[in-house]
Design a protein around this ligand. Sequence first.
Ligand SMILES: NC(=O)c1ccc[n+]([C@@H]2O[C@H](COP(=O)([O-])OP(=O)(O)OC[C@H]3O[C@@H](n4cnc5c(N)ncnc54)[C@H](O)[C@@H]3O)[C@@H](O)[C@H]2O)c1
Length: 274
Amino acid sequence: MTATTWTYTDGEYPLATPTDARSMHAVEGKVVIVTGSGRGIGRGMALHLAKGGAKVVVAEWKDELLDSTVGEIEALGGECLGVVTNIMERDQIDAMVAAAVARFGRVDALINNAQTFRPLHDIATVTEHDVDVFYTSGVKGSLWAMQAVYPHMAAKKWGRIVNFASSMGITGGTGFAAYNASKEAIRALTRTAAREWAMDGIVANCIAPAAATHKGDSAKQSEGYKQFIESCPMRRQGDPEWDLGPLAWFLCSDACRYVTGHTFMADGGAFMFA
Ligand SMILES: NC(=O)c1ccc[n+]([C@@H]2O[C@H](COP(=O)([O-])OP(=O)(O)OC[C@H]3O[C@@H](n4cnc5c(N)ncnc54)[C@H](O)[C@@H]3O)[C@@H](O)[C@H]2O)c1
């Protein structure tokens, strides 16, 4: 199903047909790169999009995690491509996008989910190495991937960029100095892309998630977890597939065509700031 596409005009749009209305919510056939999709939120989004018929490029630096997600998608009968990618290496990002284009002929959406985590420090003790890792993987990794997909999306006059922010950056969560700064830089890049690429048919948005990931039960003993649950109206963390997957789906679809430059807090209502 392909939704009718219109040339941009300030004039009135004709009413959508039922086929238009359904197809604009579809991701079927769309080529979506998901970085860090070997586990956690990236895996949840990759599986959800694959179940919707998207051709997912599983980009992940750990072979065994990559193989696991690729295996899960293939077991579902989905079409995917696994590309071992360290998003701290720009040449590997370029190769990831080139591999996606070589296999599928285009890239419709890029989800910059991966970021390399470091033990957290406050401003008084954060090191240059901490800052470098968060910035190289998060800020530069997202930027170079956006740059690599841009000509492919602009050529088709259609593209979707989904970047990953954090409520910690937005609220200035203590002890997260370098992480917070990198996440807010990613939001700034997203807004800039939203302005610079709007007339190329590309929209760019951020997700600020709260989701249960691999850290599992041990993380539930932490003070941070207890504080989160107390402040969350839904009293639970999100599920990578059931709670984050549908938002990623929307942001990769035609349905978000008039929504750009925004941050979506997918956190059960815990932080209502954006
Ligand atoms: N989980 C949350 O509640 C939460 C909250 C706020 C923001 N986030 C953000 O959401 C995103 C996903 O978080 P998560 O909790 O699923 O993380 P996670 O640690 O569970 O998964 C991250 C994935 O990225 C991969 N990765 C890490 N560094 C990489 C690199 N250099 N190259 C390629 N792959 C790499 C990891 O191997 C892993 O598969 C991150 O950007 C994170 O900062 C998560």
